[in-house]
Design a protein around this ligand. Sequence first.
Ligand SMILES: NC(=O)c1ccc[n+]([C@@H]2O[C@H](COP(=O)([O-])OP(=O)(O)OC[C@H]3O[C@@H](n4cnc5c(N)ncnc54)[C@H](O)[C@@H]3O)[C@@H](O)[C@H]2O)c1
Length: 251
Amino acid sequence: MMRLQDKVAIITGAGSGIGRAIALLYLKEGANVVGADIDQARLDSLTQEAKADSRLITRTGNIADKAHAEELVSTAVQTFGHLDILVNNAGVVDGFEAVGEMSDAIWNRVMTINVNGPMYTSRSAVKAMGDAGGGVIINIASIGGLFGGRAGAAYTVSKHAVIGLTRSIAWHYAPQNIRCVAICPGGVETNIMTSMPEDTLGWQRAQPTFATNLRAAKPEELATVALFLASDEASFVNGAVLTADGGWTAG
Ligand SMILES: NC(=O)c1ccc[n+]([C@@H]2O[C@H](COP(=O)([O-])OP(=O)(O)OC[C@H]3O[C@@H](n4cnc5c(N)ncnc54)[C@H](O)[C@@H]3O)[C@@H](O)[C@H]2O)c1
């Protein structure tokens, strides 16, 4: 028995890392998937890996662009008939700048992609899900959304905001049978860290917190968490913020 048989899911940032692993696992478990990413080549490679599965369609765009974010929901409904699952996964890191080192450009980029994007998709999704009797929104936050020393100020604030969005949606939409949960990964082997900005205060102050991490996860170890939370097995899990960090922040 497949765990997401005939469900319809949107996954943002589906071209790489955690989002890609979630897209492939959801397809394997019977879901119809709208995979979105800003990088067309990554989406083409996902389509290839999914062996041109007709249950996968892709859309290229910037999730911080309201029109693109909203179009993902209408595309899911028009193509597959309804929407059951939204995974707000697309995200970017800052350069580990402490607040005193923060530029407007980095702040605005991180906040619009990591916070505005999930707000736009969620705003459209709760309408579609409410009309259809319910659904699940899974937000990929971070342990940077729980603590102050794992990233720069912009990323830390953005992921704290994602957790706030999660609890807000969970509370407001529980009567409409819409669940909303957040996953807080620790380190994961993906393409998110392109450079190490070793000269920032934020980076230097992150070092003692990084020293206690035993290992980074494979993206597939996060995808299985997202599978459970999307499935009916998690029917009573709403508003939860689930850390998946191998114990890094437990000590
Ligand atoms: N890798 C980690 O250690 C880690 C830890 C905690 C949380 N996370 C979170 O997991 C999520 C996924 O990150 P990942 O590590 O898989 O990174 P990744 O860079 O491998 O994948 C992210 C994908 O999102 C896409 N993307 C970036 N900006 C976009 C935009 N503006 N519009 C649409 N798509 C965009 C990228 O093209 C990429 O394909 C992010 O929200 C990230 O903050 C990652």
